[in-house]
Design a protein around this ligand. Structure first.
Ligand SMILES: [Zn+2]
Length: 286
């Protein structure tokens, strides 16, 4: 077909254009890419996912649980130590369509120690519980704060450098009966009094001026979006409840207050009720 014939065909196919009316643009707009999630994370037990929802998202769920979006459509979700091997993100778009993304959550091998002894018998005494109840109330109240902070978006740094003397998730089994697993990471510097810093921005939601029975001088930081850090056994705290802290800011000194066998910093992290491995937020100890 020569070019004149092509022009004629096009003219025949196009609707008649009245003389003098504007000519529509000849180049069609490139088709818009299919909306999709942008994701980053450590998709494993004790890990996390951060991302941005597809444009036009009005609501987001993870396995049916509603997630919070910031103004730019960013979010975080995380996976408990005992999370299953799959999770589904579902975004509801303005037009009612639903876009889903299946996440494969890699299982991990935990450090399990079999102890040929019975678990320590007996529950807590009434004397202990009288001390413990108000402490638990403060911990629960701190978890309800839901501070406004962007710390959850940062790459976390180590609060203190040292030897990792206890790993997240490790567990003892006493003659077949599982004890509770280690809910954080222990960092030892060999001495009490080593300063530690904020791994990310946040708001102090609990600072135990008097040592708690188990946690000692406990410090809890809310990084926003349901992500929290807890630091246990401190010998000294340098911040107070309600303080806004920034990544790298001096928070206090490590110690052995509460139930601890020696000076170390126990760092626990949670997203909502899920217990997380801080190592998956920082990368390996330098
Ligand atoms: Zn610990």
């Amino acid at each position: 077909m020569n070019s004149i014939a092509a022009t004629l065909l096009m003219a025949a196919a196009a609707p008649a254009t009245p003389v003098g009316s504007p000519v529509p643009p000849a180049v069609a707009a490139a088709p818009a890419p299919a909306p999709d999630f942008a994701l980053d994370g450590e998709l494993t037990q004790g890990g996390w996912v951060r991302g941005t929802v597809p444009p036009g998202t009005v609501a987001l769920t993870l396995d049916g649980q509603a997630l919070t979006l910031d103004r730019e459509g960013r979010f975080i979700a995380a996976f408990d130590r005992d999370a299953g091997t799959g999770a589904v993100l579902a975004a509801t778009l303005t037009d009612g369509r639903q876009l889903t993304r299946s996440l494969a959550i890699a299982p991990r091998g935990w450090n399990i120690e079999h102890i040929d002894a019975a678990r320590r018998p007996g529950g807590p005494t009434e004397t202990f519980m009288a001390l413990r109840r108000p402490e638990l109330e403060r911990i629960n109240a701190a978890r309800q704060v839901k501070a406004d902070s962007d710390g959850w978006r940062q790459h976390f740094i180590w609060p203190v450098k040292g030897r990792i003397s206890g790993r997240f998730g490790s567990q003892r089994i006493y003659r077949g009966e599982p004890g509770s697993y280690h809910s954080g990471i222990d960092i030892t510097t060999g001495a009490s009094g080593t300063p530690f810093v904020a791994p990310a921005d946040g708001v102090v939601v609990l600072a135990a001026e008097q040592p708690f029975t188990l946690e000692g001088h406990l410090l809890m930081i809310d990084h926003g979006m349901g992500l929290t850090s807890a630091f246990l056994h401190c010998s000294q705290l340098a911040v107070h409840e309600g303080d806004r802290v920034t990544q790298g800011q001096y928070l206090g000194r490590i110690g052995s207050t509460g139930r601890a066998t020696g000076p170390h910093l126990h760092w626990g992290m949670k997203w909502r009720e899920a217990r997380l491995d801080p190592l998956l937020f920082t990368g390996p100890m330098p």
